[in-house]
Design a protein around this ligand. Sequence first.
Ligand SMILES: NC(=O)c1ccc[n+]([C@@H]2O[C@H](COP(=O)([O-])OP(=O)(O)OC[C@H]3O[C@@H](n4cnc5c(N)ncnc54)[C@H](OP(=O)(O)O)[C@@H]3O)[C@@H](O)[C@H]2O)c1
Length: 345
Amino acid sequence: MPSQIPSQIAVGLIGHNGRVGSAVLTALLKRNEDLRVVVLHRPSSDVSSIPAGTEKRVLDLEEGSPEEIEKAIEGLQVVISAVTILAAPSQSALIPALAKSKSLITFIPSEYGAPWREKEDFGVPGLTFLKGKETVMEQARDRGVPITTVKSGTFAGFWFSLLVGWIGYHSRDRYSKRCGTGAHERDAGTPVPAARSRGVITPIRDLTHTHSVFGIDVKGNKIQLYGNARNLPGEATSVPYLAEGIAQLVSSPTTLPDRTFSFVEYSPTGNELAKSLTSLHGSQTLLEEYTEDQFEHDVQRGGLDAVVAGLKRMWGQEHEYPNVTKVEGFPSVPLEELLRASLGN
Ligand SMILES: NC(=O)c1ccc[n+]([C@@H]2O[C@H](COP(=O)([O-])OP(=O)(O)OC[C@H]3O[C@@H](n4cnc5c(N)ncnc54)[C@H](OP(=O)(O)O)[C@@H]3O)[C@@H](O)[C@H]2O)c1
């Protein structure tokens, strides 16, 4: 911890064009009295979305020399990474510079996911790649870099199939190839009143998986649940909620090193979700079992299918998000409203 903490905290943000990163940038910029935002971008990044007057520095995690990386993070008290999951291992290049930094209070690596478990989850071949994020955190701890881990529920839009292409902005090409469509680009623009205007969801039509990617078929009034998910809470979070939570955290950075925070906005049990859907449709929601065989089949497919399978299974088993922290003052859209919005998608 630096001996002197400035009144205005300098926060570096990596991944400003991403789903999480763009929302975090917006949330950080709203706190310009407490925070000075520095966007750390690749040489090739589109910087057109960065508001004029916001400091920008080039940070190249793949090709940058150690000196260039040190220079890019110079003077920052907090570094937040929101790089896409597939680029998570590239964050290792930051660690020597963070370890040398005299100003750093904490590093928030790109995580924002479920509390995956070492044996039950990383032990499953289709899910092993998720460990890339953990590896970076372990490397940081080994070098004495203070880190803050931020976990999140499954993104709400994804849960209700309102937001597709969830692997992300930078993975568009890969995702489109997998799905055989440019679906990520197609926003049908269906009006979804309040939820949409609050920036909580992005309805995108026309994707192979639409409407039941997570086993929650809002239109079909069906939910597919694993194990004991009827009675256990499943966790979902909107991206703006997560982003506001991160901005609130970094406004008091000295409390953050070596801690984990989880932002969970919705946590209905399977039965509670079914009750909401039943009331929305005026007819009984069908609850189907997501079987062990289906889980095995889906994890073997790897990628997104494996992650979804892992999340469905986690919901149906006892699991715990560490240190769930409420985002103060955030105008969450009620669950029923999200479901109604999904019907209109
Ligand atoms: N809980 C959930 O349901 C959930 C869902 C989705 C994602 N997540 C997690 O949230 C985090 C961010 O994901 P996201 O979907 O927001 O990502 P995303 O939209 O794919 O983010 C893309 C950003 O990553 C940057 N990037 C890509 N490769 C990079 C590299 N090699 N070096 C530096 N920057 C690079 C891009 O930079 P350019 O601007 O230069 O292209 C872009 O700004 C990930 O850890 C992901 O696993 C969680």
